[in-house]
Design a protein around this ligand. Structure first.
Ligand SMILES: Cc1cc2nc3c(=O)[nH]c(=O)nc-3n(C[C@H](O)[C@H](O)[C@H](O)COP(=O)(O)OP(=O)(O)OC[C@H]3O[C@@H](n4cnc5c(N)ncnc54)[C@H](O)[C@@H]3O)c2cc1C
Length: 414
């Protein structure tokens, strides 16, 4: 059904997904107003280097701009940076901003990403940090690259926590990672392969302690001194990085008509079910029809490629609806990478801790590639320093390959 005439599109969230939405609108010939609203003061920048080369001091902030200033100017945006959207009224199609301004829209793309979770009762102490923004990264970098003994404790052995651990270790810090589960990355890779990744860290001198319970962060004189564990031990720390995952940045949408359930719930075209409102990137939970009917197909993905593709897809959907056409479904096999020491981990598809695992090639104690299977289907493929063995499986996953088909393909590659 055609939307009312489309004169102004508002995009909230001036990062990867939001910028791609704006670019797609212009590349598709949309000549109306495009308003891009972002809470951070910086023009759109890339987050993956925040835990890697920027944190290591190898890159400066100008190196991580997603687009040059000229390219952004060429999009003819009404760019409002350093101001957060505070509420959404879908009846009158108006967004309220910090400071009291309001912005009306004909169509809206919400691309507000995610924010780091905090520990229960987490205190405000110097040296306790999280890592999501450029400001976070520059603050943490100052602490990691300082002089003298720097004891860094990372709480949470997820991908970002492990990347920070690797960068801190390479900067000469004494690094401990605390994880409640029996192995790092257990939800994503399972215990066996998670333990293999832990081995990479151990070989480089990072202490990874699994199965420990963090009960509090302690400080003195306003600065952190350590992390208290369930058995009473205190891990003495000069810097504590809390890396316990992220939550979609949707607080400002509470009370709107949107359905929020660990993300903005959308259909296969990234439409929220409310006229004119679409979502993209880390904040969107959408129906990925590629995973029907053999897996839980309504998913939220926190990876770069997904955010980039979904920003473009949400813009394409809203334009199609404005023309009275059926919006295209966004169907995709999730993909991400992670760099830790000299290991590049790549992952396509999905995995659960209890999936069947088949090692395609190599040895989990070094470079390897492995497949994850579930109920006779291929569900995902991971590789460590094996790029040529991972990417061919993206097409196989898109074709909903069975486990046997995947094994046959693996036999030709391994
Ligand atoms: C340190 C780090 C390393 C990473 N490394 C990798 C990697 O190696 N590989 C990989 O695949 N992925 C990686 N990722 C994940 C990837 O960067 C994200 O998936 C991607 O940035 C998501 O893009 P997005 O546009 O959806 O959201 P975000 O990048 O989170 O951007 C959302 C923007 O919206 C703004 N915003 C939030 N609320 C409001 C509001 N109310 N009003 C206005 N603006 C608002 C935020 O300030 C932010 O600028 C990494 C992420 C981090 C933090």
């Amino acid at each position: 059904m055609a939307e009312q005439s489309l004169q102004r599109v508002v995009v909230v969230g001036a990062s990867l997904a939001g910028l791609r939405a704006c670019e797609t609108l212009r590349a598709s010939g949309f000549e109306g107003d495009v308003v891009l609203i972002g809470a951070e003061p910086e023009p759109p920048y890339d987050r993956p280097p925040l835990s890697k080369k920027l944190l290591a001091g190898e890159w400066e902030p100008d190196r991580i701009q997603l687009r040059s200033l000229e390219s952004v100017e060429g999009l003819r945006l009404d760019l409002r940076l350093g101001v957060a959207a505070t509420s959404l009224d879908t009846q009158s199609r108006v967004i309220a901003l910090e400071g009291g301004a309001v912005v009306a829209y004909d169509a809206l793309v919400i691309a507000t990403g995610a924010t780091p979770r905090r520990l229960p009762g987490q205190p405000e102490l110097r040296g306790v940090t999280q890592l999501r923004t450029l400001a976070d990264a520059l603050d943490l970098r100052t602490r990691l690259l300082g002089e003298g003994l720097r004891r860094v404790t990372v709480i949470g052995a997820g991908f970002i926590g492990l990347e920070v651990a690797a960068t801190a270790r390479q900067a000469g810090c004494v690094v401990t990672v605390l994880e409640g589960a029996p192995a790092p990355l257990i939800r994503g890779l399972g215990a066996e392969l998670g333990t293999a990744v832990a081995g990479v860290h151990a070989r480089h001198g990072v202490e990874i302690r699994c199965g420990v319970q963090v009960v509090g962060i302690e400080g003195s004189g306003g600065a952190v001194t350590g992390v208290r564990l369930g058995d009473g031990e205190v891990v003495v720390s000069d810097v504590v990085v809390v890396g316990v995952g992220v939550a979609p940045a949707t607080d400002w949408l509470e009370g709107s008509e949107l359905t929020l359930a660990d993300g903005i719930v959308c259909d296969s075209s990234l439409w929220s079910g409310v006229p004119g409102v679409y979502a993209a990137g880390d904040c969107a939970r959408w129906h990925n029809r590629l995973f029907d009917p053999h897996d839980d197909a309504v998913m939220r993905v926190e990876h770069w490629t997904n955010a980039a593709e979904q920003g473009a897809a949400a813009a394409a959907s809203l334009l199609a609806v404005s023309r009275g056409e059926a919006p295209p479904a966004y169907e995709s096999v999730p993909f991400f990478w992670s760099d830790q020491f000299d290991s590049r981990i790549q992952f396509v598809g999905r995995a659960h801790g209890d999936d069947e695992i088949h090692v395609i090639a190599g040895d989990p104690n070094g470079a390897f590639a492995a497949m994850f299977g579930w109920q006779g289907r291929l569900r995902g493929v991971v590789g460590v320093n094996m790029p040529k063995l991972v990417m061919p499986f993206r097409a196989l996953l898109a074709a909903r390959a069975t486990w046997d088909e995947a094994l046959a393909r693996a036999a030709t590659l391994g």
